[in-house]
Design a protein around this ligand. Sequence first.
Ligand SMILES: [Zn+2]
Length: 99
Amino acid sequence: MPRDPSQWLPEIFGPRIRCDTCEGLFRPTLTEEKLPEGGFRRFFVCPKCDKFYGVIRVTARGEEIVAMIQRTKFSDRVRLQLLREQLSREITDDRERRE
Ligand SMILES: [Zn+2]
């Protein structure tokens, strides 16, 4: 799994992972959920035992930056780089969260 939390934004889970609880192998499907304070979080659950796996949390400001990135042309590398740097400060790693 990628070390940089910003790489958890796209649904890039290729490899399958093994569930801590039931040891089932599965390919995670990320779910996005709005947070009451603004922003969103992404997580996945084990399809066999429903164990919750937190992935990332993005602040309300981070959500705005994501929208700006989506509107920026791929060729505008300088701006994209700047936005990605700003975004990285609005993302927290949520992988320790187990519900
Ligand atoms: Zn499981």
